[in-house]
Design a protein around this ligand. Structure first.
Ligand SMILES: Nc1nc2c(ncn2[C@@H]2O[C@H](COP(=O)(O)OP(=O)(O)OP(=O)(O)O)[C@@H](O)[C@H]2O)c(=O)[nH]1
Ligand SMILES: [Mg+2]
Length: 291
C-alpha cells in the first residue's frame, strides 16, 4: 500500500537531489509545511535535524530520514485495544458531514465480524431520513443486526434500545452511527451527555465505551480543527482516517497526535467493505519521510 504519493514523491525528490546544507533545510521546511505538518511541528523537527547535522551525528540522507522518522514517531500512536469476548462494548462514531462515518461503520462491522466478534449496528443518526436507510442497507448486505427508530427520534433512545437488544442476544460490539451536521460545541456536549448517561445506566463498563472521530484525510488542516473541537466537547478515544486513497498528504495526522495525543485505529482506503485496515504506523511514517 502506498498512499499520499504526491507528498512522498516530493520528499523523495528533495532527499535524493541534494547535499545537507542550509538551503536543503529551508526547502525541507517548506515541504513539511506544504505537507500539513504545521509551522510549529515543522520548526521543531527541522531545528532538531539542523542541530544533529551540525553536531555531525547525521552524515547521509538516509540517516536524516531515519532521524526524522524517529522524531515524528513520538507523536504518532496506534489504537490497538481489542474487543473483549463475552462483554459488551459500544463504539460511538462521530465526525462532521460526509467524512465517511456510515461507510466506516459498515467496514468495521465486516472487519470485526471476520475477527469473530458479535457485532450489531445502532442507527443513532436520526437527523436525516436517508441516514437510517443507508445504514439499514449495509446491515442487510452484511447480514448484521441493526436497531433503528424513526427519523427525528432521540439518539439516546436508539442507543438505549440497541444496548437492551445486544444484552439480550449476547452481542459484543455496538457500532453507533451519529448525525454529521456541523455541531457547535454546546449541542455536541448536550447530546453526548445524554448518550453517556444511557450507556452508564445500562451497565456498559466505562472502559468498553469508546468515542472515535472520523477524519477525512483529504481535508488536511481542517481535520485537525475538527479533532480539536470534538475533543474539547467530548473526550475522544481515537481516530478513524478515511479517504486515505485520495489524500495528497498526511501531515495533519501527526499534528492530531502531537496536539491531542489521540491514537489512530483504522484507515479507510476506498469504498468497498474490504477497504479498511488497522493503522500501520511504520508504513505511514515511511511515506512521510520518503523511505
Ligand atoms: N475513496 C474513498 N471514499 C470513501 C471512503 N470512506 C467513505 N467514502 C465515501 O465518502 C462519502 C461519504 O461517506 P458516508 O459514509 O456517507 O459519510 P458520513 O460521514 O456518514 O456522512 P453524513 O452521514 O452525511 O454525515 C461516500 O461517497 C463514501 O463512499 C474511503 O476510505 N475512500
Ligand atoms: Mg452517515
Amino acid at each position: 500500500m502506498a498512499f499520499f504519493k504526491a507528498f512522498t514523491n516530493k520528499i523523495k525528490d528533495l532527499f535524493s537531489s541534494r547535499k545537507i546544507d542550509e538551503s536543503f533545510f529551508e526547502e525541507l521546511e517548506d515541504t513539511l509545511i506544504e505537507g500539513d505538518l504545521g509551522a510549529r511541528l515543522t520548526d521543531e523537527i527541522v531545528t532538531r535535524l539542523r542541530q544533529e547535522a551540525k553536531a555531525e551525528r547525521i552524515k547521509t540522507i538516509e540517516e536524516l530520514q531515519l532521524m526524522m522518522k524517529s522524531y515524528l514517531s513520538e507523536y504518532v500512536k496506534t489504537y490497538d485495544e481489542k474487543i473483549k469476548k463475552g462483554e459488551l462494548s459500544v463504539h460511538l462514531i462521530l465526525g462532521v458531514n460526509g467524512v465517511g462515518k456510515t461507510t466506516s461503520i459498515a467496514k468495521m462491522a465486516q472487519y470485526y465480524t471476520d475477527q469473530g466478534v458479535k457485532v450489531m449496528l445502532a442507527a443513532a443518526d436520526t437527523f436525516r431520513a436517508a441516514a437510517v436507510d443507508q445504514l439499514d442497507i449495509h446491515a442487510e448486505r452484511l447480514g448484521i443486526r441493526i436497531v433503528k427508530q424513526n427519523t427525528g427520534s432521540d439518539p439516546g433512545a436508539v442507543i438505549f434500545d440497541a444496548i437492551t437488544s445486544a444484552q439480550a442476544k449476547g452481542d459484543e460490539l455496538i457500532l453507533a452511527d451519529t448525525a454529521g451536521r456541523m455541531h457547535n460545541k454546546e449541542n455536541l456536549m448536550k447530546e453526548l451527555q445524554k448518550i453517556d448517561k444511557v450507556i452508564a445506566g445500562r451497565g456498559v463498563k466505562s472502559e468498553n465505551y469508546k468515542k472515535f472521530i472520523v477524519i477525512d484525510a483529504t481535508t488536511g488542516q481542517n481535520g485537525l480543527s475538527q479533532a480539536l473541537l470534538f475533543n474539547q466537547a467530548v473526550k475522544l478515544d481515537g481516530v478513524i482516517l478515511t479517504k486515505y486513497d485520495s489524500a495528497a498528504k498526511g501531515g495533519a495526522l501527526v499534528q492530531i497526535g502531537q496536539q491531542l495525543g489521540l491514537p489512530i485505529a483504522f484507515v479507510g482506503t476506498g469504498e468497498s467493505y474490504k477497504d479498511i485496515h488497522p493503522f500501520d504506523k511504520d508504513e505511514f511514517l515511511n511515506a512521510l519521510v520518503g523511505l
